[in-house]
Design a protein around this ligand. Structure first.
Ligand SMILES: [Zn+2]
Length: 186
């Protein structure tokens, strides 16, 4: 059976285009700066930039660069990035992996009063998992035009108690744009 692991191809392209590695390093510094800047007065934005930093880890592994930060009521942070290709699991999305970490730590599936921050709008699977874990605050950096849950669900009518906010920060999805631009290169 043919496998669909794009990581090797991506890493080879990245090697041939070292300027992009420098660009990612610059982006890392930029996200760190934004994180520390917002930490004192806008925690939600700070955590989104922390998720962006996490997405860069996925990028360097040849994974679609999506990062997630899950914050417990007492402020404990669980970070994860997309590892679908590495783990060879269709459900190894950043959100699922962050939720898994928190569940393992607290030994419960019940994550009420947690807040989840994702660089990109969660897919239907992740949205379902977020609902199942009773997380009521969903914040994301940018809309996902094709697979984002809001393309399928009228959440404002069905889930009035859930706080969902798209921060519309185009700088947070720069790694995704670079990732697909590089993949199109020969
Ligand atoms: Zn997902």
């Amino acid at each position: 059976m043919e496998t669909f692991d794009k990581r090797k191809k991506f890493k080879a392209i990245l090697k041939k285009n070292p300027l992009y590695i420098i660009l990612i390093k610059k982006l890392k510094k930029y996200y760190q700066k934004k994180y520390f800047f917002y930490l004192s007065h806008d925690k939600d934005k700070a955590y989104l930039y922390l998720a962006a930093l996490e997405s860069l880890k996925a990028f360097l592994k040849g994974e679609i660069p999506i990062g997630c930060v899950l914050v417990s009521p007492e402020g404990k942070i669980f970070k994860a990035h997309n590892l679908k290709e590495t783990l060879k699991k269709p459900y190894a999305h950043a959100e699922i992996l962050a939720i898994k970490k928190a569940c393992n730590y607290y030994k419960t599936w019940y994550l009420k009063d947690f807040k989840i921050y994702v660089t990109l709008e969660p897919c239907l699977m992740c949205f379902g998992c977020i609902l199942e874990s009773r997380i009521k605050h969903i914040y994301f950096g940018y809309k996902e035009k094709k697979y984002g849950f809001s393309n399928f669900i009228n959440f404002q009518n069905f889930f009035p108690k859930i706080h969902i906010k798209n921060f519309n920060l185009s700088d947070i999805i720069i790694p995704i744009k670079i990732f697909f631009k590089l993949l199109r290169k020969r």
